[in-house]
Design a protein around this ligand. Structure first.
Ligand SMILES: C[S@@+](CC[C@H](N)C(=O)[O-])C[C@H]1O[C@@H](n2cnc3c(N)ncnc32)[C@H](O)[C@@H]1O
Length: 255
């Protein structure tokens, strides 16, 4: 059953800042650490309103993987506001999105063709039958789960044999370099509690779940993200982080 209603209050003045965290001079206070539940309840109001360079980088790296999905079943696990669902629907995939945060789902529900395709659920225990999906996407969500073994077992379980599982997340190297999962709301910067999983940990967990590793990608911010960084007044950061992997992407095939 999906969430009812598709209205939510438009956000006022929030700005995603999922880039290396160095407080700009106009922000005096340190980031406020908040839980995942509280963080996304708050961030839902502004998540879609400002361009985010990490999401842009991930999208341009991964979107071609959705080619040929017409008529196939696409699951977006940890779908948030339905970013990947919109793409899958535009490619005529039969699409379902699941997320724990009601407020994020309500934003997704306001988008064309997504309303009846959303389920509030924990990705550690998906309310779906086995082998239902041709492709499963889990985008920027695993970092909120510890440990990840159970989640990867769930992603594998709901994928048909020969189907594809795609996982992306904030790169652990970027975390080491001081980047944080943070966003601005009003005059405050919030940092959402998260965990860092290395590529090796995820690859091992995928193998234990019974999946065949196809590809590991570790793209860094580049020229296409330049205008976003410029718009956010963060050109100095772009120079600082060029060459550092920003997103970790892993693709498996279910055996
Ligand atoms: C950074 S957002 C990513 C949303 C979307 N995948 C995207 O890439 O735009 C992370 C999402 O993971 C969801 N999430 C975190 N923990 C979860 C869990 N245990 N089960 C389901 N969703 C979860 C949050 O509610 C949030 O919507």
């Amino acid at each position: 059953m999906g969430p009812k209603g598709d209205s939510f209050e438009k956000a006022q003045g929030g700005e995603p800042v999922s880039v290396p965290f160095q407080p700009p001079s106009h922000i005096d206070r340190p980031p406020v650490r908040i839980s995942v539940a509280e963080g996304y309840r708050l961030w839902s109001q502004t998540y879609d309103l400002e361009p985010n360079p990490l999401l842009t980088l991930e999208f341009r790296t991964l979107s071609h993987k959705l080619e040929g999905l017409s008529g196939k079943i696409f699951l977006d696990v940890g779908c948030g506001t339905g970013r990947w669902m919109v793409e899958a629907v535009s490619r005529r995939a039969r699409t379902i999105g699941l997320d724990l945060c009601r407020e994020m789902l309500l934003v997704a529900a306001g988008k064309s063709h997504l309303t009846d395709r959303l389920v509030q659920a924990d990705i550690q225990c998906l309310p779906l039958r086995a082998e239902i999906a041709d492709m499963v996407m889990c985008s920027f969500c695993l970092g909120y789960i510890r440990p990840v073994d159970q989640v990867l077992a769930e992603l594998c379980r709901v994928t048909r044999h020969g189907g594809t599982v795609l996982v992306s997340d904030f790169h652990p190297g970027a975390h080491q370099a001081g980047w944080r999962r943070s966003f601005r709301s009003g005059s405050d910067v919030f940092e959402i509690e998260s965990y860092c999983h290395t590529a090796d940990q995820l690859v091992d967990a995928g193998r234990m779940a019974g999946m065949r590793l196809k590809q590991v990608l570790e793209p860094g911010l580049g020229e296409p993200e330049r205008h976003i960084m410029r718009g956010a007044g963060k050109m100095d950061l772009l120079e600082q982080v060029s060459g550092i992997p920003a997103v970790l992407i892993i693709e498996w095939q279910r055996g």
